[in-house]
Design a protein around this ligand. Structure first.
Ligand code: GLU
Length: 318
């Protein structure tokens, strides 16, 4: 493919120093698991001399006021970031332009499958786990016309030419994972997460992606897509999640898990930071206080299990 068009919507970032980022979806308040990942992303970036950028992934599931509250909570626990917060909703033309470029290069196809059809096909014997089985890859013009005439919405998928791709991860080492024909534009015309994340990371000069390890299996397809678009692949650190007492991923229904909840119980933002830092083996009340002692090699590799109902509220740290 041709070299990528320069992305003019963002200030030109010089390649040095690189940048890390935190990219929440503003679907509600951040909980202790989200805040802990944000702290880790900040520590990874700042301890390596990188800029730290914030991006609101607001293409989907937006709750009014959530983005502002998320930023206020991140600030309250002591995190800072560089430059303006980027919002994906302001970048729609860039996502569409990238899809147009991939389409012009023959790297996409229309997919008319419903979620149900994909689920059924994916559970067929020999289908790769969770991957799109490629049903619409080779539609005939007649089949395509039939779907269009029936008013079926078309998603745009990547025509992937590899089945696997390898990434480098600070905590997981070399990780090889499946690449399938990911959705680039959803049937409702909204750019898909896997496309937006790749374009934004490249446009923002991000060379270090720190996020929850639930996204580890998405990294190979994102790295492949970045390569296809001519972008450098960032270095990854997929960090362990926070689990509830039952061993499931922490959620708001698990109790007093947001900063607002903790404050209502008498905790300060400093105390919440200290709790998160303590779970990472770092004692201190502010990000700046623990930065010098941060060492990725000494990070806990297991999830942090937390029962928010058993946290002692307002307990002073030593
Ligand atoms: N917006 C995603 C989330 O909140 C994170 C995506 C990423 O860090 O790549 O789960």
């Amino acid at each position: 493919m041709d070299a990528p068009e320069p992305d003019t919507a963002l200030p030109a970032n010089s390649p040095e120093p690189g940048a890390g980022r935190y990219a929440p979806s503003p679907s509600g308040d951040l909980h202790l698991g989200n805040l802990r990942t944000a702290v880790l992303a900040w520590l990874f970036a700042r301890s390596t001399g990188r800029r730290f950028l914030l991006r609101m992934e607001d293409l989907d599931r937006v709750r009014p006021g959530a983005a502002e509250r998320q930023l206020a909570d991140l600030r309250a626990i002591g995190l800072d970031w560089d430059g303006e917060v980027i919002r994906q909703s302001a970048r729609l033309p860039h996502y569409r332009a990238a899809v147009a470029r991939l389409t012009a290069a023959g790297r996409t196809y229309e997919c008319f499958c419903t979620r149900r059809e994909i689920q059924q096909a994916a559970t067929a014997p020999h289908a790769p786990q969770g991957a799109y089985p490629g049903t619409c890859r080779a539609l005939t013009p007649d089949q395509r016309a039939e779907f269009l005439a029936a008013g079926r919405p078309a998603a745009i998928r990547l025509r992937a030419e590899v089945a696997e791709f390898e990434i480098a991860d600070e905590l997981h080492g070399r990780y090889r994972g499946a690449v399938d024909d990911v959705v680039l534009l959803r049937g409702d015309g909204v750019p898909a997460y896997n496309l937006a994340v790749v374009l934004d990371d490249a446009a923002q000069g991000i060379d270090q992606v720190v996020r929850g390890d639930d996204l580890l299996s998405s990294a190979p397809r994102q790295a492949y897509l970045a390569t296809l678009l001519g972008f450098p692949v960032p270095r990854y650190a997929h960090v362990p999640l926070v689990l509830n007492a039952a061993g499931q991923r922490l959620a708001k229904r698990d109790g007093a898990v947001t900063l607002a909840d903790r404050r209502a119980l008498g905790d300060s933002a400093e105390r919440v930071f200290a709790l998160l830092a303590g779970s990472l083996g770092l004692a201190g009340r502010t990000p700046a206080a623990v930065l010098a002692r941060f060492d990725p090699a000494r990070l806990p590799r297991d999830p942090w299990t937390l029962d928010p109902n058993r946290l002692s509220p307002a307990k002073e740290c030593p």
